[in-house]
Ligand binder design. Structure first.
Ligand code: ATP
Ligand code: MG
Ligand code: MG
Length: 551
């Protein structure tokens, strides 16, 4: 039922419930920075945080971690809300912004100054880095470290009032310049930045740092378990320091888990933004993107993504998940759900010479042989049909069980046909059409339907078919780990999109609307793209049928 079968975070929570640490409460949060669209890695965090709240009858907040105004935007806020909702989670009335707490965060900083635990420092960013030292060398104390409380209060207030240029001063925590943990060597808490904020406008020209704002935001909201990815493990002592210095009680605890890495793609908003801004893809919701909006447009279901997140589990050790596993999850979901229809992607005309010229039969065709509940539709059969070009070979090898001169195949839901003659273009030699005969006694479901042939092909009736465009996608990157090279974009797959513009679909698809999903018999799973609004139906291939996931 959930991601939690037995992960280590559940063990921690169970222990906390036993000891009564948070009076039996479980309160998590999902804290995206609105600086891009969410990706499948975020889905893991969403499923985990919201999933834990559901499992324990607790709460989960959606909090926009909007403390860095230069990269943030309302467009991203809206897309994040849509994506979390689409994944099937509900934050109720608990949507917050770190920027809601700017006043409180400022007051807490004043409190730290008064307690002698923070100071205004005039070193430049470069100097601060230099003074910080390295893993093997202790840091050097800033010459401004021992300013008086009064002077610090005065300077900090004037920083807020906008008296100083950007980069000229920061507020720093006074911790320990010799700490083996670099994050504790007087980390910066506030910097001056003259950037309009998407919510607070120009009210502030100083902004809190993540490591300062995050623990306080958690504490203000009554979060019990603050789950983040492993890069923040070294920041946990600072998280705890901030909460202890401000006497919060009880204190939320930070727990780290391994981030999701998926093969053949990249998973950082910064890199995904590069792909969008430099035109490698057609937007954040390009069906090749690992974004939630891209996967949605491609045709992934929320169930398949939740299921994927459950399967990959939650651990401490980083690893790379095979993208074939994600593809396996959507196949598994759509196998029963999706109606199975017939669409010819690369058409070859077939004339059935012994079929009456003006006759049309509407054949009953079940939608999904494994799920009778989906019912059936009628498919027209007539004298001229299209089959897939690759389903015919003039000079086939032994194991080719499709159509060839003199050979028979069954047309799915219809009759057995036999290829009698091949018509070619005189100049190019290209095959233009096939002439076949059909056996009237072999209609599917008829009592005479006893003859067995090795191959069954999908097809459409030429005069009834609707023209459609089909977009086939391949992996966006050629390498399993595109980031192993300095420029990840050098590994982009130049053939990740193939557009087929003269495909034919059976007429029942004329009613399809964006978001509808189908299995195209023998080809894969497909989803109607929003571009269909232009008139002609456009389908995205979600995945081919063949499953390469080794279980
Ligand atoms: P990015 O580098 O892609 O911008 P981020 O961690 O900076 O990622 P945030 O918006 O801060 O992005 O992330 C919100 C939450 O999602 C955080 O708690 C973060 O740990 C989690 N998260 C982000 N990427 C992954 C991932 N690949 N796997 C699991 N969780 C992730
Ligand atoms: Mg972040
Ligand atoms: Mg980031």
């Amino acid at each position: 039922k959930s991601i939690l079968s037995s992960n280590f975070i559940q063990t921690i929570i169970n222990e906390d419930l036993k000891t009564g640490k948070y009076n039996g409460r479980v309160h998590t949060r999902f804290p995206p920075e609105p600086n891009g669209y969410l990706h499948i890695g975020h889905a893991k965090s969403i499923c985990l945080n919201f999933g834990l709240a559901l499992e324990y009858g607790g709460l989960c907040n959606l909090r926009f971690d909007d403390t860095n105004p230069s990269k943030e935007d309302v467009e991203y806020v809206e897309s994040i809300k849509e994506d979390v909702r689409w994944l099937g989670f509900d934050w109720g009335d608990r949507m917050y912004y770190a920027s809601d707490y700017f006043d409180q965060l400022y007051e807490y900083a004043v409190q730290l100054i008064k307690a002698g635990l923070a100071y205004v420092c005039d070193l430049s960013a470069d100097e601060i880095r230099e003074y910080r030292g390295t893993l093997t060398q202790p840091g050097k104390e800033s010459p401004y470290r021992n300013r008086s409380v009064e002077e610090n209060l005065d300077l900090f207030e004037r920083m807020k009032a906008g008296e100083f240029p950007e980069g000229s001063r920061v507020l720093r925590a006074k911790i320990d310049m010799a700490s083996p943990n670099l994050n504790l060597r007087d980390p910066v808490l506030y910097r001056i930045q003259r950037t309009s904020h998407h919510r607070t406008g120009d009210k502030w020209c100083i902004y809190p740092m993540y490591d300062y704002a995050h623990p306080i935001s958690d504490a203000i909201e009554g979060i019990t378990h603050s789950i983040c990815t492993c890069e923040f493990e070294d920041h946990r002592p600072l998280y705890d320091w901030v909460l202890a210095a401000l006497n919060f009680n009880p204190r939320p605890q930070q727990i780290e888990f391994a981030r999701l890495n998926l093969s053949y793609t990249v998973m950082s908003k910064r890199k995904l933004r590069e792909l969008v801004e430099q035109g490698y893809v057609n937007g954040w919701d390009d069906p090749r993107m690992p974004t939630i909006s891209g996967l949605r447009r491609r045709g992934y279901t929320p169930e398949s993504i939740r299921n994927f997140c459950e399967r990959i589990g939650v651990a401490k050790a980083n690893s790379m998940v095979d993208i074939a596993m994600l593809e396996h999850c959507i196949r598994e979901d759509l196998n029963f759900k999706a109606p199975r229809v017939m669409t010819v992607l690369r058409p070859l005309k077939v004339v059935i010479d012994n079929y009456p010229e003006d006759q049309v039969e509407w054949l009953d065709a079940e939608y999904n042989s494994e799920n009778p509940e989906l019912g059936s539709r009628r498919v027209p059969f007539s004298r001229v049909v299209y089959i897939e070009r690759e389903d015919f070979m003039e000079d086939p090898p032994k194991k080719f069980f499709r159509l060839a001169p003199g050979r028979e195949v069954r047309l799915k839901h219809a009759y057995i046909i036999k290829c009698e003659r091949v018509v070619k273009d005189e100049k190019t030699g290209e095959i233009i059409e096939l002439h076949c005969t059909y056996d009237p006694a072999t209609r599917s479901g008829m009592s005479g339907d006893v003859r067995k042939v090795k191959g069954t092909l999908h097809w459409v009736s030429a005069s009834h078919a609707v023209p459609v465009e089909v977009r086939l996608y391949d992996r966006l990157f050629l390498k399993e780990n595109p980031e192993e090279d300095a420029d990840f974009k050098a590994n982009i797959n130049p053939r990740s999109l193939e557009k087929l513009t003269s495909c034919w679909a059976e007429p029942s698809l004329a009613e399809a609307v964006p978001g509808n999903r189908y299995q195209f018999l023998r080809q894969g799973y497909f989803c109607v793209d929003p571009d269909s609004a232009g008139g002609k139906l456009v389908f995205n291939r979600i995945v081919p049928l063949k499953d390469s996931w080794a279980k």
